[in-house]
Write a protein that binds this ligand. Sequence first.
Ligand SMILES: Cc1ncc(COP(=O)(O)O)c(C=O)c1O
Length: 470
Amino acid sequence: MNTNLANDNVQIEQILDAAKQLSISYLQQLDERPISIDQPSHRLPLLSNEGLGAIQTQQLFEKEFLHNIIASSGPRYYGFVTGGSTPAAIAGDWLTSVFDQNTQNAKGNGDVSAMLEMHTVQMLLQLFSLPNVFMGAFVTGATMSNFSALAVARQWFGKQKGYDVALEGLQPGINIYTSVPHSSSVKSLSMLGIGSKNIISVPTLEGRECMDVNALKATIEKFPDEPFILISSGGTVNTVDFDDMEETAALKKQYNFWWHIDAAFGGFAACSDAYKHLLKGWENADSVTIDNHKWMNVPYDSAVVFTRKEHAILQVQTFQNSNAPYLGNAFDDFNYLNYVPENSRRFRALPVWFTLMAYGKEGYKNIVETNIEQAVAFGELINQSDEYTLAAPVRLNTVCFTVKEDNGRKEKIAAVLAELNKRGKVFMTPTMYKGMSCIRAAFVNWRTTREDVDIAIVELNEVFDLLNTL
Ligand SMILES: Cc1ncc(COP(=O)(O)O)c(C=O)c1O
């Protein structure tokens, strides 16, 4: 055995202790750590011949690179839709690395971690009050969840047309109806060979990002007997608007379509009695995307794809890894690798299992409702400000706003964000909404407090004043 490896093997306690100490000091100083880095500085060493051993490697990392690690899991990181990690999720994630299971087979050809994945899926269904008609599988993020669901939808479409996409390849002519899909669904259609140009864009309700169901009906009626795939938004990324799930469910009784809902973070509205109506009817979907590294507050990278159990054969047709006899029969022996793109799979369910067990339904209701209160409070402060204005009402946990002055808005927004993020206390990301440059602030972190909301407003006002003096 290599000497460094042999030494590290003996010193495993010191190595993990050093990683633990670094973890604790990072977490304890999260509030003071910059939330973005303007100009990263580091010296990246060449690959050494002998290697340094784990302890010295961590020391080198601390010296050369640690200062570049930002507080993205901190309470004032409002960019994208990035959650932090709960303490239990961190523990579960650490142990996932230590255990290093290859999560595939629930029957237990050695590794039974898939049983816990199934149990975690059951708990997720309970968290979201979804019926037991869904199976779920862990993937790396909502992009892969959308991709996986749409891949099964593609297989379903082929079946309606009398061919097997997985065996024969795709034939042109798949119609996709959607209004305001997340970019990752569009990307998925490209990756799946369906082609994003095959999207038939359904108009939204006036001034909203949600689908006009009457317009959808009119679109369907042009070819009422043609099967199609419908992608609904369970929370748009800019203004968290929801397509009407109940009305869509009613259409499902009338027309032949695969219904996919991207509820990457909006699905968490189901945790709150006050907001669960936004999803009423979503249990009738064929597939649903949920992102765990958003409002679940587990570390990257983790999402789940729910698909109706009745579509299991289509799913296995799509993802089967059947030309490997040593892996068993894809249709007879349950194995996750026949249900998702990845063959080898990290024990990704463990951090979710830990955090669900640790905080339960009440814990998630509290995180969701607290973040929504913060978004509403932030939105009110934006509306009271002299410089900024809301671009859309605050519907859930994300605030989409812009500068009041429309002259030179694009440049002003870019300058505000550059300065705000450079200061390192608060982080937000840009967007375009209805052709207008805007800023998004997404509240999904369990650590965020009302004080953090006030800090964000103070920062935004100071940045505006500063830019005016230049
Ligand atoms: C609605 C929605 N869908 C999909 C995604 C893609 O998620 P991921 O980056 O985890 O793949 C996002 C990310 O913000 C999202 O908000």
